[in-house]
Design a binder for this molecule. Structure first.
Ligand code: PHE
Length: 507
């Protein structure tokens, strides 16, 4: 078979020549310096040369040591133990603890550190004398390896670990723990020329002029006919760029908004600071309901109370709690207290927002949703946050049924990418019947997502609503974790820059 002639681009030849001058491997950054090419060009040409078998690409890990701010300060002022030793020497070679604690140049914390190291380095002797600790030093000890290393780093900036003498290497862990130096690992890519590459340089190789941009000049002059254009290579290495983008969580919220908007819903919002009236009472939750207790709900000190809505609404709601009013219910049978309803809280669910809206818009048809923040007094862990989002909505219309509710949510989940949805009986004080929706996810099984049901007459009749109200509300974060492949809920809001950058814009 005829051997294909090797053609090199100009940048490839430059690099190959630079490599043929040296016996050892050369790093990408050194090649850049030597050839005057920019980093991207070197990386790109290296990949081409590698493919042609003219160079071998190597990747090694290198450790670099650098001094931190605290370390620089220690170099200037001396390590705390050295400074303390000097003070004791000045005081005549010994000092009591209480004497030293009066030294203005040492904070309590720093003194503790200095004493610890005096003991550890064996620079001082600690004696008990009349219930006091006496610290005695004899002479100025020579500079230790840790101090020498700090001086060297201060002098030279970043130093590669392998360049350090062994006794200094042994100090690295210790100084890192003292927070005065940083050791970072870096990938270093380098190239070494192959035999074939060497032969090619020696035999003399022709450079092809490749053009990457078709200009109007090339077209007008007709030169394009004889021009060799560079092939498009979509896999060519390029510098990664991180353009500004919407946060993955906001991105998903927007997607959810769009789904509901496309299904004919309107978005509503309501206040984070709510009255207990809208968060609980209007939803027929009795005033001694356990969810109202301090361990679940954040109560506000300022403002301490909220205004209640119009008298009629308040009266109807209170009567309904007490004896059922005209709702056909017997109520909860206790004395309703307006003071409890006036308490201000951070809303614990966005049902507070839909019920508020319902009171103002009792006439059908109504189709509204919200994706908004709620607050609960939860201990934070991988599953729980104290502030999180809920996806909420209501449909108010004549003749709507539980089937419409299940159908709407099934469609919503389907558009989000969850095909298998099931509904289970559940309980909420404000709906009858009540359901819980679950979706099936391959790795996790059935996952509970949202509560729902038809608002009880005890909820709708006091607000003047005469038709059925389908309502649902549930967690957003679990969906987000599934979608983003996270196992710890806190990761959603940690804003780890690496994660934000890695997460694609289109999920
Ligand atoms: N508010 C309930 C929750 O926070 C969910 C729900 C909303 C249930 C509407 C029924 C109707 O879990």
């Amino acid at each position: 078979m005829e051997k294909e002639q090797v053609n090199l681009r100009e940048i490839e030849l430059k690099i190959l020549k630079a490599l043929s001058n040296s016996k050892a491997e050369t790093t990408i950054s050194d090649l850049g310096k030597e050839t005057g090419l920019d980093h991207v060009a070197v990386v790109r040409a290296s990949a081409w040369l590698g493919e042609k078998g003219l160079v071998e690409l190597r990747e090694t890990q290198k450790l670099y040591v650098e001094i931190l701010k605290e370390g620089s300060r220690y170099v200037e002022e001396g390590l705390p133990e050295r400074r303390l030793l000097n003070i004791i020497l000045k005081l005549g070679g010994s000092a009591t603890l209480s004497q030293l604690s009066k030294e203005a140049s040492f904070s309590e914390e720093e003194l503790k550190i200095a004493l610890g190291w005096l003991r550890r380095k064996n620079w001082a002797e600690f004696r008990k004398q009349d219930n006091e600790t006496l610290i005695c030093v004899k002479e100025q000890p020579p500079l230790g390896d840790d101090e020498n290393l700090l001086n060297l780093l201060k002098d030279r900036g970043v130093v590669e670990e392998s360049q350090l003498p062994n006794e200094m290497k042994e100090m690295l862990d210790l100084l890192q723990k003292r927070n005065v130096i940083n050791v970072r690992q870096e990938k270093v890519r380098s190239l070494i020329i192959t035999e074939e590459g060497r032969r090619l340089v020696q035999s003399g190789v022709s450079v092809v002029e490749e053009v990457s941009i078709l200009t109007s000049d090339l077209i007008k002059s007709g030169k394009w006919r004889s021009t060799k254009f560079r092939k498009y290579d979509v896999e060519a290495p390029v510098v990664t760029i991180h353009p500004g983008k919407i946060h993955p969580v906001a991105e998903l919220i927007n997607e959810i908004r769009e789904i509901f908007l496309n299904l004919g819903f309107t978005e509503i919002r309501g206040p984070f600071v709510e009255s207990a009236f809208w968060n609980f009472d209007a939803l027929f939750q009795p005033q001694d309901h356990p969810a109202r207790e301090m361990h679940d709900t954040f109560y506000l000190k300022f403002p301490k109370t909220a205004k209640l809505p119009d008298k009629q609404t308040v009266q109807r709601v209170s009567k309904t709690h007490e004896d059922g009013w005209k709702t056909g219910s017997t109520g909860w049978g206790y004395k309703w207290d307006a003071r409890i309803a006036r308490q201000t809280i951070l809303r614990t669910h966005t049902t507070a927002t839909t019920i508020r809206y319902l009171a103002e818009h009792p006439e059908p048809p109504v189709k509204v949703f919200s994706v908004d923040r709620v607050y609960r007094n939860e201990k934070l862990d991988y599953k729980h946050l104290a502030e999180f989002f809920q996806i909420e909505g209501i449909i108010v219309d004549e003749n709507v049924t539980l089937r419409d509710l299940m159908g709407t949510l099934t469609e919503f989940y389907k558009r989000l990418g969850f095909e298998k949805v099931q509904f289970w009986p559940s309980y909420f004080p404000y709906t009858e019947p009540s359901l819980q929706s679950t979706v099936y996810v391959e790795e996790f099984g059935w996952i509970e997502l949202c509560g729902m049901g038809i608002f009880r007459p005890e909820v709708t009749i006091p607000l003047g609503v005469k038709v059925p109200v389908l309502a649902w509300g549930g967690g957003f974060e679990r969906l987000a974790m599934l979608r983003l492949g996270l196992e710890d809920i806190r990761d959603l809001y940690k804003n780890d820059l690496g994660w934000i950058r890695r997460t694609p814009i289109l999920l």
